[in-house]
Design a protein around this ligand. Structure first.
Ligand code: NAP
Length: 486
């Protein structure tokens, strides 16, 4: 694992207190880690709301980036994100800037934390892909009323996260890994993760590999969560699923996380800045503390990590808890930290800390063209146009626009459903049409000149906003059919 020490041998960590409850829960965590005797040289840096307010759109100042580049390890409080407009999430920016591709989100049943699942022994970890998918954040308005977000998934990204999941399973002595995808609907993107999982799993014969459709995974998690040990999934699915799993075991106040990269790793709770609780000394610091415990293991400080985890479990067993567990008999953030420190050296009576060996990060080729095709051919192009007329009118206009061209209009779809030539569907159409053109000679290669000529012909009838080539790699179509297309 990558980390750096200062001249006195202390391990360097960038500490970002964050927004809302962030400063309180990170301060409690820092106090507990320091009291455990481990030597950490904290470098406190800023990110989030205050930085946005100063007019820096990324929310992450250069000094913070430089500190993480130096220390390679950060413990981060939650950062506020403006919702639905303006700036990007500073959290996502940090994860992507440092290519922390793997997000580990463990949850387990904790003593003294009542939940409907108490006694069933929930102990699982969600391994969420952290860089790709819809979180690539590539969004465009196609027309004034139609928005689009690109779901980008790569073989390399899938392989990294799937291997990481199996390595996590090995390091924690887990027996099974589930890969949760929506491959039944998104056959190329989510399907890539499923196919990669099935291939990579052969290299881990000691671990049972299961694929599960993501919606059934959510259902099974609500019904019998104890059946899962490791769940690997794509970015968006993992974001939702890991909030669900944190709800099974006591809520966001108990759910830690680690963003793992080959060089940099950033440790942070699953929860956000919970602004309504800010400054009230009533937030639960456990999620950030357990993130700090994951950080200590990453730094090779397993003994300090175990010492803190034992003391936390003993504290909860003794019936000391924060407001999120119960408003009756609770203690504040800072008193909870004191209670943990007071129990250093004690082991919990009923709970245990899992035996682990060091996590081995998967090594992968760094080539940009991770997958190469021996042959490729362009079969045609999908051109997206804006038009506020009927499907038939769009179709007839484009049929006539390509008369005399080697390309023909194969079909038009509206939000994924074929509407021209009509297959009898009755969709409520919007003004963005995907028009699929293919070569009249099905064996021909459609070169760029033909695509350019096609765009001029289309533009003579309707404004177009984007074009996708229909590619075939090694004889396999690199595009899917519209609903209803033959
Ligand atoms: P949130 O901050 O996670 O809070 C939701 C609710 O969860 C809180 O109101 C509180 O519930 C409970 N909660 C969360 N953390 C807790 C803790 N440590 N102790 C006790 N209770 C806790 O979610 P949000 O309100 O949707 O988001 C607020 C802001 O945080 C947004 O700007 C969002 O973008 C940002 N965010 C940041 C991160 C991150 O930095 N990684 C992650 C998620 C969200 P009760 O009030 O019911 O007690």
């Amino acid at each position: 694992m990558m980390y750096r020490t200062d001249s006195s041998g202390s391990k360097r960590v960038t500490l970002i207190p964050g927004d809302g409850i962030g400063p309180e829960v990170t301060q409690a965590t820092r106090r507990i880690i320091d009291a455990s005797g481990v030597k950490i040289a904290w470098e406190v840096r800023e990110a989030g709301a205050a930085v946005f307010r100063r007019g820096q759109p990324s929310g992450v100042p250069q000094e913070t980036i430089e500190s993480i580049q130096e220390t390679l390890v950060a413990l981060k409080g939650p950062l506020e994100t403006p919702v639905g407009f303006g700036e990007k999430s500073a959290n996502v920016t940090l994860r992507k800037l440092f290519e922390t591709y793997g997000n580990l989100r463990p949850v387990r049943e904790l003593p003294g934390v009542p939940t409907p699942y108490a006694g069933r022994g929930i102990d699982l970890i969600v391994v969420r892909e952290n860089v790709e998918d819809l979180y690539a954040g590539i969004e465009h308005m196609q027309t004034p009323g139609v928005a689009q977000c690109l779901k980008v998934m790569s073989r390399k990204g899938c392989e990294k996260i799937v291997r990481l999941a199996f390595e996590v399973a090995r390091s924690e002595g887990r027996r099974s890994v589930h890969c949760a995808t929506k491959a039944n609907i998104m056959k190329l993107t989510e399907g890539l993760m499923k196919r990669t999982f099935e291939e990579v799993s052969k290299e881990y014969p000691d671990i049972e590999a299961n694929h599960i459709i993501i919606d059934n995974c959510a259902h099974q998690l609500a019904r019998a969560p104890e059946q899962f040990e490791v769940i690997v999934t794509s970015n968006m699915n993992g974001d939702i699923l890991s909030d669900l799993t944190s709800g099974l075991t006591g809520g966001l106040g108990f759910a830690p996380g680690a963003n793992i990269g080959n060089e940099v790793s950033i440790f942070e709770a699953v929860h956000g800045s919970a602004p309504k609780h800010a400054g009230k000394d009533n937030a639960n610091p456990t999620a950030v503390l357990l993130s700090g415990v994951m950080m200590l293991r990453h730094l090779g400080e397993a003994a300090a990590a175990d010492k803190i985890e034992h003391a936390l479990l003993a504290t909860l067993e003794d019936g000391t808890y924060t407001r999120d567990v119960s408003q009756i008999g609770c203690v504040g953030t800072s008193a909870f930290a004191d209670a943990i420190i007071a129990r250093f050296g004690r082991k919990p009576k009923k709970s245990t800390v899992r035996d682990r060996r060091a996590l081995v990060l998967p090594a992968l080729r760094a080539d940009r063209d991770f997958v190469r095709a021996k042959t490729r051919r362009t079969l045609g192009a999908d051109v997206f146009v804006e038009a506020s007329v009927s499907a038939d009118e769009v179709g007839k206009a484009l049929d006539s626009a390509v008369e005399g061209s080697p390309l023909r209009l194969k079909m038009i779809s509206n939000r994924g459903t074929k509407v021209y030539a009509s297959a009898g569907a009755l969709p409520d159409c919007v003004d963005c049409w995907r028009c699929r053109f293919v070569a009249r000679d099905a064996t021909a290669h459609v070169d760029d000149k033909l695509v350019q000529d096609l765009l001029s012909r289309v533009a003579s009838r309707f404004p177009w906003m984007h074009v996708e080539k229909l590619m075939e790699f090694d004889g396999v179509a690199g595009f899917t059919k519209a609903q209803g297309e033959d």
